[in-house]
Ligand binder design. Structure first.
Ligand code: SF4
Length: 576
């Protein structure tokens, strides 16, 4: 039976409870409802009233393919609004198998308190002081924790950036090889965890009873069809497993929408050097691994192990967004140094999208030269020194860096930096950036599908026609997928397969033993968004916050597109 595990981080006590009003909920639907119900919207994100919620999806812990995501939720220190950020890794499946739908971290201790590790096993929960882990990077800390608690454990943890409450701090999760390379990166949730003095949470599912499935035969049949769907779409069966997410570098560059030099141009003339094709060539020549999953049951396997020219580990899960953020956006074409920057962010516990934008802002402000990958890496690493003022500025992300450096050209919405698609030439995703309750976030409504990749339809990326409706529909579907615990990359196949939504619903019905129809799937997404909008409204957000920075009115080469939506037009993308 699913339970909530509440941890009082001040008293260092814990309590299990049944799901109560949250029965049947999971993933993003659960984190957002709980934050709406239990966190005062005007509270300080780093104060005692904020809560950090880690929730497994509705299907997480079952054999449903690609259903192992973990959703983190809180009031965001970066945006001031509600936040859900999700990640792969092993943590969520193990938590669900222990019968824990969500962990809720409440209250906060004195600022001088030692960091603690929360250890969750089948036979109990312990909260252990861990001063020896203070200030350690996530790689060193997770190695110590896995040596202590065993290789069956999974770890959720923060690095120095989270411990010092930097606004761009991520929460990292270990992958099947024990590397803390999977990130709930966005929104500064690592700072919320740090404010509560939680360095790490260790979950070991040894002896767990697993997730009960009400109708095993029906579930088996639905999951068989689900695997067929994912295994037959060209993006999920060839593109992502063949080249990783960086297959997008050449595609988006060709489309004229690869943000270059802090969103000045839509093409990077050295894009081929940082492309997915180039990365695979290097991995094959050097002994890396071009294809692996971030959790058991992933049948897409977009992840990779990237190594240097001596075969030494540089990074894993080196994704398109990261490659773009430190690459084209900073005029850097050295893929090895980009991998080192990814590693530094994972180790320090930082969001690569906000940090790539922050580095570009630092280049715009004359702090370091454009295209200087060594200087960028050095600048990033300074975040790990709490006494370093420049490091403190950088760790707070792009918007804060812009304020500190006197740079007005900062690509952000609601305080969160823009991802890797220029909204002037992929207007559908621009609508999502502007209107999602999350702040600029491509994953909240990935209109790149229809605008560029032509999955699930064909909507011209450079005109306004159809983009508002497209973004709204995708935001609803995405919120539902996040609630179920599916990796968002299933969406490529779902959008092009007639029975895919029904198959997802069949899986949910088989697991829960309750009827679940496509209308319920739709309602799951709509209600989640309504909760998030309600929180943000109470936190003071208005339609004036649903807009991109004014420099996007400048024409973007090569297509000379501009951002031309009014806030009134954009409101149609929000559920009501
Ligand atoms: S497709 Fe990629 S991100 Fe999604 S579950 Fe698999 S490895 Fe993880």
């Amino acid at each position: 039976m699913s339970r909530l595990l509440r941890i009082d981080t001040n008293k260092r006590t814990f309590a299990f409870s049944d799901m109560g009003a949250y029965a049947g909920m999971g993933g993003r639907a659960l984190t957002s409802r709980l934050i709406l119900d239990e966190v005062p919207a005007l509270s300080h994100p780093l104060g005692a009233s904020n809560k950090l919620v880690a929730a497994a999806g509705i299907l997480t812990g079952t054999a449903a393919a690609n259903s192992g995501r973990i959703s983190l939720g809180a009031k965001s220190p970066l945006t001031g609004g509600i936040k859900e950020s999700n990640s792969g890794g092993l943590f969520s499946q193990k938590m669900a198998k222990l019968g824990i739908q969500a962990m809720v971290f409440e209250d906060k201790p004195e600022d001088s308190a030692a960091p603690v590790v929360v250890v969750v096993k089948a036979d109990g929960v312990s909260i252990v002081e861990a001063p020896e882990l203070a200030g350690l990077g996530t790689y060193a800390a997770s190695e110590i924790l896995l040596a202590k608690y065993g290789s069956r454990a999974a770890v959720m943890l923060i690095g120095p950036a989270g411990e010092t409450c930097r606004l761009a701090a991520s929460v990292q999760f270990t992958d099947p090889k024990g590397r803390p390379a999977r990130a709930a990166g966005r929104g500064g949730l690592g700072a919320v965890m740090g404010s509560k003095k939680i360095k790490a949470v260790v979950v070991d599912d040894t002896g767990a009873t697993g997730v009960p499935v009400a109708d095993k035969e029906a579930f088996k049949a639905a999951n068989k069809r689900w695997v067929e769907i994912l295994g037959s779409h060209p993006v999920t069966s060839q593109g992502l497993p063949g080249f990783g997410t960086s297959i997008l570098v050449n595609i988006i560059n060709e489309a004229g929408a690869l943000p270059t030099k802090n969103f000045r141009f839509g093409r990077f003339d050295q894009a081929a050097d940082i492309s997915g094709e180039k990365m695979v060539e290097l991995m094959q020549a050097r002994g890396g691994k071009p294809k692996e999953g971030c959790h058991p049951g992933c049948v897409i396997q977009c992840s990779q192990t990237f190594v240097d020219d001596k075969g030494g580990y540089l990074s894993s899960g080196l994704e398109y967004e990261t490659v773009w953020a430190f690459g084209a956006n900073c005029l850097i074409n050295d893929i090895d140094d980009i991998a080192r920057m990814d590693h530094a962010c994972d180790d320090l516990g930082l969001d690569t999208i906000d940090m790539g934008n922050a580095v570009a802002v630092a280049m715009d402000g004359g702090i370091i030269p454009w295209g200087d990958s060594k200087a960028a890496l050095t600048l990033l690493r300074r975040v790990g020194d709490p006494s370093d003022s420049l490091g403190r500025i950088m760790g707070n992300g792009a918007k804060f860096a812009g304020q500190a450096f006197g740079v007005s050209r900062v690509a952000e919405v609601k305080g969160q930096a823009l991802p890797a698609y220029d909204p002037r030439s992929v207007k559908g995703v621009g609508v999502t950036y502007a209107t999602t309750p999350m702040g600029a976030d491509h994953t909240a409504g990935y209109a790149v599908c229809q605008n560029i990749l032509k999955c699930g339809g064909d909507v011209n990326p450079m005109t306004k026609v159809g983009q508002v409706e497209l973004s709204k529909n995708l935001q609803i579907a995405t919120a539902a997928i996040d609630a179920v615990g599916f990796c968002l990359f299933v969406a490529f196949a779902v959008l092009d397969t007639a029975d895919a939504v029904q198959v997802m619903c069949d899986q949910i019905a088989a697991v829960t033993g309750k009827a679940f129809a496509p209308g319920d799937f739709l309602a799951l997404g709509v209600n989640t968004l309504k909760d998030e909008i309600a929180f943000n409204t109470k936190a003071g957000f208005t339609k004036e916050h649903d807009q991109l920075p004014e420099f996007f009115a400048e024409p973007l080469a090569p297509h000379n597109t501009t951002w031309d939506f009014t806030p009134e037009e954009l409101q149609g993308a929000k559920v009501s």
